[in-house]
Design a protein around this ligand. Structure first.
Ligand code: S3P
Length: 429
């Protein structure tokens, strides 16, 4: 296991950073471009391990994808030209690859087998398998097809009306992809607002889709057409540096070209509610996605309660928000976040264990965390549990500890942010 020992910041953080491309959009760009007819160019693609799993999956299905740094050239030949892979497809640690590709593989006339790493093999797959079965999918797998490995005896699915029983963009996207390939119309009723990148990208790839409040309708038998795409910086990666700048004394940091899609910006509104000195400038669009530069300056934070609909909007940012809360005045309560228990690791347990090891006053609850602040943090040995966002939370915490922090399993950070440590050391200079 690769460890890293990090020293606390001795002075404020300064400078400007551009975080890598958005992970969710990168996966979807590969999926639509690979299913498309024609050549698509994807710029600012996230070259983290997770998104490369989606690239590998389509290479196994016979699609030529060339990568030059963060630019992809995807030579789509259309759905009909995808070929049956001779070997199982490895999804690694990537839940997004697993869920979205299930929607694709179930609806293609191919036999495929997919598996994941130890963490992904524990994560629930029934949330996609059960609704796909309602569309006629034949999916077989471990623990009654609730976990990977899964085998897909792909076939023409039938469009149906589905009421989602979990608030999940991955499940919604799997159903929209399956619906696009199916015979007839698919209607998906969402239980709450989740990230909408799939719906935003579909028209860009020439796919008809209709959204009316919480109902999304997609006609079947659609063939996507190639499109070029520029991907905004990932707000979920930028969030680590927002909090770094807010917590480290005498800091001023600008994170440029951050995706500000309103289904993803809950971390910004929440930090602002905590009194953060956080300002957005240069707002524009990259493709159809809103982006801007985010400048943070260190200063005091106040505790608050985070619950309800906003949770889906900042679900991946809760570990770093919890770290911010350890330095806020008062008691922060995070509720309605039970989904964190089935992420790359049980994030409620992992956040609590690590922050307690670092000296925080924090309790875990069934569906969230209660954090009493502010508490000074101390150096310790902490564990990522193979979870990139837990690893990055620990690394940002080390900026404000009184002595060094040793992080076990630092390499998992490559899953979503391959140049994270380089960026961290750059702003400490
Ligand atoms: C994602 C959706 C979210 C998020 C994950 C990426 C996506 O998961 O946590 O990191 O790209 O659709 P759920 O759909 O399980 O909430």
């Amino acid at each position: 296991m690769t460890t890293i020992e990090l020293q606390p910041a001795t002075k404020g953080l300064h400078g400007a950073l551009q975080v890598p491309g958005d992970k969710s959009i990168s996966h979807r760009a590969v999926i639509f471009s690979s299913l498309a007819e024609g050549t698509s160019y994807v710029y600012n693609f996230l070259t983290g391990e997770d998104c490369l799993r989606t690239v590998e999956a389509f290479r196994k299905l016979g699609v030529r994808i060339d990568q030059e740094a963060d630019k992809l050239t995807i030579y789509g030949r259309g759905i009909k030209h995808l070929t049956e892979p001779a070997a199982p497809i490895y999804f690694g640690n990537s839940g997004t690859t697993a869920r979205l590709m299930s929607g694709v593989l179930a609806g293609l006339p191919l036999f495929t087998v997919a598996y994941g790493d130890e963490s992904l093999a524990k994560r629930p797959m029934d949330r996609v398998v059960v609704p796909l079965e309602k569309m006629g999918a034949h999916i077989y797998g471990r623990t009654e097809a609730t976990q990977l490995p899964l085998a897909f005896k792909g076939r023409k699915l039938s469009g149906v009306t589905i009421e989602m029983n979990v608030k999940s963009a991955q499940v919604k996207s799997a159903l929209l992809l399956a619906g696009m390939l199916a015979e007839g119309e698919t209607k998906v009723y969402e239980r709450g607002i989740t990230r909408n990148h799939t719906e935003m990208l579909m028209p860009q790839y020439g796919i008809t889709i209709n959204k009316n409040e919480n109902v999304i309708t997609v006609p079947g038998n659609q063939q996507p057409m190639a499109s070029d795409l520029h991907i905004p910086g990932d707000i979920s990666s930028a969030a680590f540096f927002f909090v770094a700048g807010l917590l480290t004394q005498d800091s001023e940091l600008t994170i440029k070209n951050v995706g500000l899609n309103p289904t993803r910006d809950g971390i910004i509104t929440t930090l602002q509610r905590m009194g953060a000195n956080l300002a957005i400038s240069n707002q524009t669009y990259v493709g159809h996605e809103p982006v801007g530069d985010v400048t943070v300056k260190s200063g005091p934070l106040e505790a608050l309660t985070v619950e309800g609909d906003i949770i889906a909007n900042l679900i991946d940012e809760i570990p770093i928000l919890a770290l911010a809360a350890t330095q806020a005045e008062g008691t922060t309560v995070i509720k309605d976040a039970k989904e964190l228990r089935v992420k790359e690791t049980d994030r409620i347990a992992a956040v609590a264990q690590n922050l307690i090891a670092l000296g925080a006053n924090i309790e875990s609850t069934d569906d969230g965390l209660i954090i009493h602040g502010p508490t000074p943090l101390t150096g310790a040995v902490v564990h990522s549990y193979g979870d990139h966002r837990i690893g990055m939370m620990n690394a940002i915490a080390s900026l404000i500890t009184d002595s060094n922090v040793t992080i076990e399993d630092k390499d998992c950070i490559n899953i979503s942010y391959p140049n994270f440590f380089e960026h961290l050391s750059r702003i400490m200079k």
